[in-house]
Design a protein. Structure first.
Length: 299
């Protein structure tokens, strides 16, 4: 094989590799956003009926007129609406912070109080993928407004502080005596090396909270309001179990590409590519789904 042919093959291989990298970036930044938008539509449809007759504060900042504590919300269900005018956030919030939950939108940490209730209500969200609801969270400043609407009413918070902490610093989720809201996401963008935390305080009177569970530990302790349920993934680690399927589907995608190329040389390029390219893209999409699971859930 001549040097020219070797360089030609190398060039094609690099172009193919560049295409794969670009396709994965588009899948993460654009494709996941489409998935999140569809999930948001479903969550808003779910909320439309239950929020139609919600109590409303007569004057912004006044004590909300609230109902009794609602029944427990099942993980994966719609919890309420989150609006942050300063950074253009207007999202439905889902109960739970598992990988599947955060693909739908910002997720409420189970084990923390509901927004509007006394204590430290905590919500996590993606920074760069799946709609990136917290992409500009670092731009919030003290005094900025955060509005949350739940089954109990509309609640207004004012940002108090923001800070960056290591992922191991889970005390940001511990319960508090006052009514506050804690928003968490990964920092910096495209990375999970640290956690960006924004804390806001409730304006007005908190909503009624359910009676304490005598079997639960003290606030912030194991099993208490500040502790995640056993096995709950806060989304700061990748899913290592997705590695084997990602490699398998990657190999299948490579095989489909090789067969399509060989068929194009042995037969005709246009019919071969019309048959092979759609199959390759479908397999590649499945592979990207598994590769995406290797990344931290709220990146």
């Amino acid at each position: 094989m001549t040097l020219g042919k070797v360089l030609g093959l190398l060039g094609r291989a690099l172009l193919f590799a560049g295409f794969i990298v670009l396709a994965f970036a588009l899948h993460q930044l654009w494709g996941t956003g489409i998935q999140e938008a569809r999930a948001q539509d479903d969550l808003r449809d779910e909320l439309r009926g239950v929020l139609r007759h919600r109590p409303v504060a007569p004057v912004p900042g006044a004590a909300p007129t609230t109902t009794a504590p609602p029944a427990d919300v099942v993980p994966g269900d719609a919890l309420g609406l989150l609006r942050i005018p300063r950074i253009g956030v207007d999202k439905a919030v889902v109960e739970g912070v598992s990988r599947a939950d955060l693909r739908k939108g910002p997720g409420h940490y189970p084990g923390t109080p509901m927004p509007g209730q006394p204590g430290n209500a905590a919500i996590a969200g993606h920074r760069t993928t799946y709609g990136a609801p917290f992409y500009r969270l670092d731009q919030l400043s003290p005094g900025d407004v955060i509005a949350v609407t739940t089954r109990q009413g509309e609640f207004r918070y004012l940002v108090e502080r923001k800070r960056v902490v290591p992922p191991s610093q889970t005390n940001v989720l511990e319960n508090t005596l006052d009514a506050r809201l804690t928003l968490t996401t990964c920092d910096p963008r495209f990375s999970a090396r640290r956690r960006l935390v924004v804390t806001a305080t409730l304006q007005g009177t908190p909503a009624p909270a359910p009676p304490p569970d005598p079997a639960a530990a003290s606030p912030g302790g194991p099993g208490g309001p500040g502790e995640l349920a056993a096995g709950e993934d806060p989304g700061l680690e990748g899913d290592s179990s997705a590695l084997a399927p990602a490699l398998l589907w990657g190999a299948v995608a490579g095989a489909v590409a090789a067969i399509t190329w060989a068929l194009g040389r042995a037969w005709r390029k246009l019919p071969a590519y019309l048959l092979g390219v759609p199959a390759f893209l479908v397999v590649l999409f499945v592979c990207f789904e598994y590769v995406g699971r290797l990344l931290p859930a709220n990146v």
